[in-house]
Design a protein around this ligand. Structure first.
Ligand code: TEU
Ligand code: CA
Length: 560
């Protein structure tokens, strides 16, 4: 297993629209990000993953790109971007950009050409099919609802869009399209970026077009799988690696919904020469019903979470590399989702952070996670901006669901939970903007904000900062072996890290009831024991060989 800078890094994801507004239009922007680089440096961040900042009509908030080589006007200019990169590199921070090439915007020049005529030279940059029996080629559904096919009258054909109809899927079967993508990637890499996060990259190869759901629902394959891990995805990624990625000192993390560890190794095995890491979603699916949409609320079962995270730790232990995350711009806030954002807000946020950051892999922190930002409950649907949320509301209502039940699902799972403005201080609009922001600010910004976090030595911020410092100081955290202990304990998540003759014992009370455990024999035989980090100050949690854990208590011991 080779040592790499991206294995030893901590990544911070910025969702630019909601991070910092510098010019008083209520929308975050690149000059705003510039003013916060020292904040990120203070936290200990090595790499920033910047969600898309390219020209976009914002049908899907920038994940619908109309010009891959121009900065979105609302976010600033290319000069602003050049300054951001220079200022990041000056602080020895790296920049990873978001690569969204499963689809473009329907306002991209390629699509404007493609839809002009069947023999246009860009026609095959996208996936066009004639209709069938007076309807779409197949009865597939798009991720954001509705049919995955949009009819175009001018050429009497349908085009495929796995997301919104303003996000037509690119045709990766077309070598010209692939070359255009590779040239665009080189444009950004030659400007000096340090990597890419590749959006839904396991969808770029489509499995053969079967006539309808029936082919899939009748046992052939789970319906949604037709989108993922198609027959040529590895051919394309090996070609991308050979033509682009291998020519730069960079990192890649591919977003791969529905991958399992065995598939993840096909994307990230060092010998595969494809990607460095993937974002997998299995742990993000444990509070929904299997094979069903995320809106069905199933309580999290800690044993399932322990088993799933351990499976990923073990199966990628000697090859590939785990990405470690609880949050991103698509996921609800973890302190509300898996922790306790009321009476044990600080303790549970710190506990969740420790569970993740003491594991083997590259940790990703999503903006606001480091100060314990929480889910939001907008009182009116108009305050929600996310296309996925709004489409869900409408479809669920049409299916006869009750407003209250639909809102309960939206409160728990809407992507807008992650997209409320970053809370910098207790001034109006949380210091994010001088103007009313594009989306509502969480009313708890008076209590939860960066300024108060920086003034409080016991804040969640300083817990994250310390976790990052520990990762830099103790090689065992990056490269040590992981072994789950107490696997059947219903409320304790505990594991051991081992490197040479050093061990770490990581114990976490996942819930709000006091609990205790005998000192684990797997953590025996040590000469010295030192508490590296905890979330209840300094007083000892041990009594006669037992570790007593208070609500959400989390402790890491170093044993040598
Ligand atoms: O998300 C891919 C994806 O699977 C999403 O459907 C996500 O898992 C889901 O919304 C969770 O509820 C990527 C981007 O992260 C997302 O923001 C984009 O909307 C999507 O691709 C299309 O580009
Ligand atoms: Ca702005």
């Amino acid at each position: 297993m080779s040592k790499q800078w991206w294995k030893e890094s901590v990544v911070y994801q910025i969702y630019p629209r909601s991070f910092m507004d510098s010019n008083g239009d209520g929308i975050g922007d690149i000059p705003g990000i510039l003013t916060k680089l020292d904040y990120l440096k203070n936290l200990g961040i090595d790499v920033v993953w910047l969600s898309p900042v390219y020209q976009s009509p914002n049908d899907d908030m920038g994940y619908d790109i109309s010009d891959y080589e121009e900065i979105m006007t609302e976010f600033g200019t290319m000069e602003d971007w050049d300054t951001l990169l220079a200022e990041m590199h000056r602080r020895e921070m790296k920049l990873v950009m978001d690569l969204v090439v499963n689809h473009s915007s329907d306002e991209h020049a390629w699509f404007m050409e493609s839809k002009k005529s069947k023999d246009n030279e860009y026609r095959d940059y996208y996936i066009w099919r004639p209709g069938k029996n007076g309807g779409p080629p197949t009865d597939w559904k798009a991720t954001f609802g509705g049919s995955a096919w949009e009819y175009d009258e001018a050429t009497d054909e349908y085009y495929l869009h796995m997301f919104s109809k303003k996000q037509p899927d690119l045709n990766w079967e077309n070598p010209k399209l692939r070359e255009s993508v590779y040239n665009m990637m080189k444009f950004w890499l030659d400007k000096g970026i340090d990597g890419f996060r590749l959006d839904v990259i396991n969808m770029i190869s489509k499995k053969e077009f079967l006539s309808s759901y029936e082919d899939y629902k009748n046992g052939r394959e789970v319906l949604m799988d037709y989108q993922f891990n198609g027959p040529k995805v590895h051919d394309y990624l090996r070609e991308m690696n050979e033509k682009v990625l291998s020519q730069y000192d960079m990192m890649t993390v591919g977003e791969c919904p529905k991958v399992s560890p065995d598939l993840a190794l096909l994307y990230t095995g060092e010998e595969r020469k494809e990607l460095n890491m993937v974002f997998q979603f299995e742990h993000m699916g444990l509070d929904k019903y299997p094979g069903k949409p995320k809106w069905g609320l199933k309580p999290l079962n800690l044993l399932e979470l322990k088993q799933n995270l351990t499976k990923w730790q073990k199966e990628l232990e000697n090859n590939g590399w785990n990405s470690l995350y609880w949050n991103n711009h698509d996921q609800p806030r973890v302190v509300s989702r898996f922790g306790n954002d009321s009476e044990y807000h600080t303790e549970s946020a710190k506990m969740l952070a420790t569970i993740l950051h003491m594991m083997k892999g590259t940790p990703y922190i999503y903006q606001g996670e480091e100060i314990g930002m929480t889910n939001i409950q907008f009182q009116s649907l108009e305050e929600y901006k996310d296309i996925e949320t709004l489409n869900y509301y409408r479809e669920a209502l049409e299916e006869g669901k009750q407003h209250e039940d639909i809102m309960a699902s939206i409160y728990a799972k809407s992507r807008d939970n992650a997209r409320t403005p970053m809370q910098w201080d207790s001034s109006e609009y949380a210091g994010f903007s001088e103007a009313k922001p594009w989306i509502g600010v969480h009313p708890n910004y008076h209590e939860i904000n960066v300024e108060s976090a920086l003034e409080n030595a016991d804040s969640i911020f300083y817990h994250y900062k310390k976790l990052i410092e520990l990762r830099k100081k103790h090689e065992i955290i990056v490269y040590g072996a992981y072994d789950l202990i107490l696997e059947n304990h219903p409320s304790i998540f505990a594991y051991i890290r081992t490197l040479g003759n050093e061990k770490l014992l990581v114990v976490n009370n996942f819930y709000g009831d006091e609990t205790a455990l005998e000192w684990p024999e797997e953590a025996g035989g040590f000469v010295t024991k030192k508490k590296l980090i905890g979330n209840y100050g300094e007083e000892s949690a041990e009594e006669e060989g037992k570790i007593k854990l208070r609500p959400y208590e989390s402790i890491v011991y170093s044993l040598t």
